[in-house]
Write a protein of this length. Structure first.
Length: 465
């Protein structure tokens, strides 16, 4: 394992420089949660659905986060043998909440006709939000406080709010509160054209506020530390597109993907980020985006900026019996970890290893993996870390390397590089897809895991019921 480089971006140079060292991740050992007993009630994933994932194309897309949640939520609720008001809670992950959709969980619940008595809350833990919503529901059912929960993620990155500079906000405030025409005229005099330049919301949102590193830069850091080459990252990205294209062709997403219709009647049936015809040659032509000229992270091997929503229905054993539901998979347990934000992409290595260790499983006991593809270099760095003796000993506290995850067991139907990454949704989608993929392939046990901007990781272990 190489020491990470001490490189700096112009943004970093404005602030005191910060040494980035993987050794600092040792601190994460203190952040693992204490072993939990397995005496809680059983929690099942009984159904779920998502919208097509639609690329953000530089202008607000046809759906807001709540629109998306409603688009796949309505048919999903319609195919259940119970009424929508039978749920105990609606929980929704959403990172970029729109000002006119505050607490989107509750807005979605009401628009879905789940009744005024429906309790609903929104969770935000950056890219972990969609998985956090499932975990929050899991804990409520496990602890006996609920029997049926609708847990989702909804994100419309194309609608990311624009953030104006402080000067502009101050000026808008003064102008809006000026009580007389004279005062309004005076306030108008303070206007400067450069105030119209927004601090773009999405770019800031994809930059860590503590280290001032973009998410792409954090992938470069760990890619460099674990010796991931540009060719390896491109080959991984190519395979992601090929796998998604194959899954789309062979009907893998039937039932999981529900078409969406915009207010002006346009039908969206398929994920539109996939490039079935991309090649190593085309990928090789793309310039590094985050570290020029020698970096390995390009538009071709990064997750795409996308709009999309996903829901899963969680049920207790009692609810399964009462409504005659057919479980897809059981949530066995979950784990969260925290680490240096500059190497946030390694989050999955820590929480997944801690989860299997706590449950008495080894890496070989896991039949399928969904590791959210934030960046190819980031996923590959995680895989390399698990085979690195020093990393496994020093960071994960393991006596031997955690082991290799075979590529044919990982992200078998593509991932965020080909499909897109609506950040508050992806964690939900990978859990739903893992459950379906385990069942379809007749496999037993899987882990869905993801890195989380800000320096965290989340993992959830499922078993086919
Ligand atoms: C915790 C976490 O999960 S962290 C992750 C959070 N998410 C992120 O950080 C998002 C990461 N992704 C990004 O920021 C953006 O996708 C970027 C900056 C990498 C690229 O953005 P854009 O430049 O808008 O990408 P875009 O899709 O337009 O592609 C740029 C070019 O590459 C080309 N391209 C992209 N992918 C491919 C491909 N697979 N094959 C061939 N060409 C490709 C496009 O055609 C385009 O070419 P053009 O300019 O000639 O039209």
């Amino acid at each position: 394992m190489e020491q990470a480089p001490n490189t700096s971006t112009p943004a970093q140079r404005r602030t005191p420089s910060r040494r980035v060292s993987l050794r600092r991740t040792e601190a994460i050992r203190g952040s693992r949660s204490a072993p939990r007993s397995q005496t809680g009630r059983k929690v099942y994933i009984v159904d779920g659905a998502r919208t097509p994932f639609l690329r953000a194309r530089g202008e607000p897309g046809p759906f807001t986060p709540v629109d998306l949640a409603v688009q796949c939520g309505r048919p999903l609720l319609g195919r259940q043998p119970f009424a929508p008001d039978a749920f105990d809670y609606v929980i929704l992950g959403c990172v970029s909440v729109l000002a006119d959709e505050m607490n989107p969980a509750r807005v979605a619940a009401l628009r879905l006709g789940m009744g005024e008595a429906m309790r609903a809350f929104t969770v935000q833990i950056n890219c972990g939000s969609g998985m956090q919503s499932i975990d929050s529901g899991f804990r409520l059912i496990e602890g006996g406080q609920a029997d049926l929960i609708l847990a989702g993620g909804a994100e419309a990155l194309s609608h990311s709010p624009l953030v104006w500079s402080r000067n502009a906000t101050r000026w808008f405030g003064r102008f809006a509160t000026a009580r007389s025409p004279l005062k309004r005229l005076a306030a108008l005099g303070g206007f400067r054209p450069n105030m119209l330049k927004p601090v773009i919301g999405l770019e800031r949102g994809l930059t860590d506020p503590i280290t001032d590193l973009s998410m792409g830069r954090t992938a470069e850091i760990i890619g460099h530390a674990f010796g991931i080459t540009r060719e390896q990252a491109d080959a991984y990205a190519l395979e992601s597109h090929q796998r998604l294209a194959r899954a789309q062709e062979d009907g893998t997403f039937a039932g999981e993907l529900i078409p969406a219709v915009s207010r002006d009647g346009q039908l969206f049936e398929k994920d539109d980020g996939v490039r079935p015809d991309t090649s190593m040659e085309q990928l090789a032509k793309l310039k590094p985006v985050f570290e020029r000229p020698y970096g390995r992270v390009t538009a071709g091997n990064s997750s795409q900026i996308t709009d999309g929503a996903s829901w899963v229905i969680l049920a207790s054993e009692e609810a399964v019996e009462e409504y005659g539901l057919t479980p897809i998979a059981r949530i066995v347990d979950s784990e969260w970890s925290a680490l240096d934000p500059a190497v946030m992409g390694l989050g999955p290595t820590i929480c997944s290893a801690a989860l299997t260790e706590r449950l008495g499983f080894s890496r070989e006991d896991i039949d399928l993996w969904e590791i959210n593809e934030a960046f190819a270099a980031q996923v590959l760095a995680c895989l390399a870390a698990w085979t690195d003796e020093d990393y496994c000993r020093e960071v994960l506290g393991l006596e031997a390397p955690y082991g290799e995850v075979p590529r044919d067991r990982l992200n078998v139907d593509g991932g965020a590089i080909s499909l897109g990454h609506p950040v508050g949704t992806s964690g939900n989608r990978i859990v739903l897809h893992l459950a379906n993929a385990l069942k379809r392939r007749g496999l037993r046990r899987g882990i869905a895991t993801e890195c989380i901007g800000g320096g965290q990781g989340g993992a959830m272990l499922l078993e086919v019921a």
